[in-house]
Design a protein around this ligand. Structure first.
Ligand SMILES: NC(=O)c1ccc[n+]([C@@H]2O[C@H](COP(=O)([O-])OP(=O)(O)OC[C@H]3O[C@@H](n4cnc5c(N)ncnc54)[C@H](OP(=O)(O)O)[C@@H]3O)[C@@H](O)[C@H]2O)c1
Length: 298
């Protein structure tokens, strides 16, 4: 038997349509266009492509985007001065600093300089704290995308055994916290694994929902998956080029063996990837609503 594919592109498209309508309503009723400032430091190819995609998504959904491209050798002081300027700019509702930053710039100092009310990535300590308390203004984008994928694929989360492989601050830890909350679309029993976990397969085989964010191709193989489980593969690993010359991407799950065992599985590409930018767009709309004193969802 072969697992059902969770189509991240189609789910992201449906959510983007909801956001587009929300943006249009805001413009008509309040004369405000949500604006996202993107800050790219240096020319790392992956970062360039992420920022380009974020600006393109803004245009497609009727939002404004303001791109700031800075040289890799910019000083931290100058970068902080730009953040300060964006914090005070009323047409900018969301600020996104593309990570990672070049060596020599302190990422946490830059993140903490962003006004928490404009921190659409949800990485500022104030927003991380709100997430922990179960009341986030800006749910971090990849974890929020994962949660939405699970819900919209029809997998029940309440009471489920969820196993997360990876404990990074941007994926593993926040998604574990989100699915643990005593709330609808959460309420799971969550286990978090990492490189010091003694018997990884023992845990992954117990999972009704397995979320893999390890950053290692084939970290999970079919024999480590419980039959019928929902598998969310967050990994994006560049492993050479396709015949047509495009970068070849694989996830952290060995798809060929996993698809025979899982009940539902996300492909790479076309699974979690499209959801991340969609959730950034949703947060930018929320930031504009916050600025206007409106309820965040609408
Ligand atoms: N699709 C998207 O939008 C999106 C967004 C963000 C990230 N990603 C991708 O998701 C992956 C994870 O990203 P990240 O930023 O969370 O990575 P990261 O910061 O490198 O963290 C990886 C985590 O996985 C754990 N790990 C690594 N190998 C493992 C293994 N063999 N067994 C158990 N645990 C293992 C590490 O454990 P330790 O803590 O012990 O080192 C660490 O906690 C990457 O491929 C990244 O490109 C995709």
């Amino acid at each position: 038997m072969s697992a059902q594919l969770i189509d991240g592109k189609a789910i992201a498209q449906a959510i983007r349509e909801e956001i587009r309508l929300g943006v249009e309503r805001l413009r008509q009723e309040h004369g405000v266009v949500p604006g996202l400032a993107t800050v790219l430091v240096g020319d790392n190819p992956a970062s360039v492509s992420y920022v380009t995609a974020k600006n393109k998504a803004c245009a497609e959904l009727g939002m404004a985007s303001f791109q700031h491209t800075l040289p890799a050798d910019i000083t931290e002081e100058k970068l902080l001065a730009l953040i300060d300027q964006l914090n005070r700019d009323a047409s900018v509702h969301g600020i996104l600093v593309q990570l990672p930053l070049p060596k020599g710039i302190c990422e946490s100092r830059v993140i903490e300089a962003i006004d928490p009310r404009k921190d659409v990535d949800g990485f500022h300590p104030v927003n991380v704290g709100r997430l922990m308390l179960g009341d986030p203004v800006f749910p971090p984008c990849t974890p929020a995308g994962i949660q939405a994928l699970i819900i919209r694929s029809g997998t029940p989360i309440e009471g489920a055994e969820v196993v997360v492989v990876g404990r990074s601050n941007i994926v593993g830890k926040p998604v574990a916290v989100m699915l643990l909350q005593k709330q609808r679309g959460a309420n799971a029993t969550v286990t978090v694994c990492h490189t010091q976990t003694r018997d990884l397969a023992f845990h992954t085989r117990r999972a009704d929902i397995l979320i893999v964010a390890a950053g290692r191709p084939q970290a999970i193989t079919g024999d480590m998956i419980r039959p019928g489980a929902t598998v969310i593969d967050v990994g994006v690993n560049r492993v050479g080029y396709t015949e047509s010359g495009k970068v070849k991407l694989v996830g952290d799950v060995d798809f060929d063996s996993a698809v025979k065992v899982a009940g539902k599985i996300t492909p790479v590409p076309g699974g979690v990837g499209p959801m991340t930018i969609t959730m950034l767009m949703r947060n930018t709309l929320r930031a504009a609503r916050l600025h206007l004193g409106l309820p965040l969802d609408g």
